[in-house]
Design a protein around this ligand. Structure first.
Ligand code: HEM
Length: 173
């Protein structure tokens, strides 16, 4: 004969594992769950977007010396940044490339090495990127495409009288 006491014990023995398993199932820590749809969302960039009003690229030759004129020190002149020998007009972003601004180090010169190495050191802001490893070369090419989509090409860097050979324009971009 089942006593009241043993019936309660029996019910509890059944109920406790059921409650525990239900808790485990529904109350797992949320931190380990990354909703699939969230991880697919593209990250919103704080950088400017690509432009669709760019002019056809120009092929004007500039020596390294001539390019220095366009480093943002003279506010009545445009600001130029060269990457792999291609010169981009970045005047409309004077707030980042102008004198005393964060990326002025790249203005009026070809600073390909620094762009590839993600370095803002003055000694890295030089045209010679021949010692970059594969990863940094990819970073440099990504910068090239970034600029190509946003800035007008006004010319290319050519060797000056001292015989400095400028880098040939990239074939794959
Ligand atoms: C703590 C480190 C850094 C932070 C927080 C940072 C932040 C930013 C921000 C907010 C922009 C967008 C600026 C704008 O469009 O107004 C930008 C653009 C840029 N950054 Fe950096 N940056 C950092 C490091 C670097 C380094 C080390 C380099 C060296 C290659 C670099 C090169 C650039 C360049 C070339 C742009 C493109 C500007 C343009 O033409 O729109 N940044 N960065």
């Amino acid at each position: 004969m089942l006593t009241f006491q043993s019936a309660v014990t029996y019910l509890l023995a059944l109920a406790i594992p059921v409650i525990y398993l239900t808790y485990r199932h529904y109350a797992r820590p949320q931190t380990t769950q990354i909703p699939a749809e969230d991880s697919k969302k593209p990250l919103k960039s704080i950088m400017q977007g690509p432009r669709d009003d760019l002019e056809p690229p120009k092929d004007n030759p500039y020596t390294t010396e001539a390019l220095k004129e366009f480093d943002g020190s003279n506010t009545s002149k445009p600001i130029y940044v060269a990457i792999k020998g291609t010169i981009f007009d970045v005047t409309h972003k004077a707030e980042v490339y102008g004198r005393g601004r964060s990326y002025n180090i790249f203005a009026g010169k070809d600073g390909s090495r620094g762009l590839g190495k993600s370095s803002l050191k003055p000694e890295d802001a030089v045209a010679d990127y021949s010692d970059l490893d594969e990863k940094d070369l990819k970073v440099l090419d990504d910068w090239y495409s970034f600029f190509q989509k946003r800035y007008n090409i006004v010319g290319k860097v050519v060797g000056d009288e001292k015989g400095d050979a400028a880098d040939p324009p990239p074939a794959n971009l």
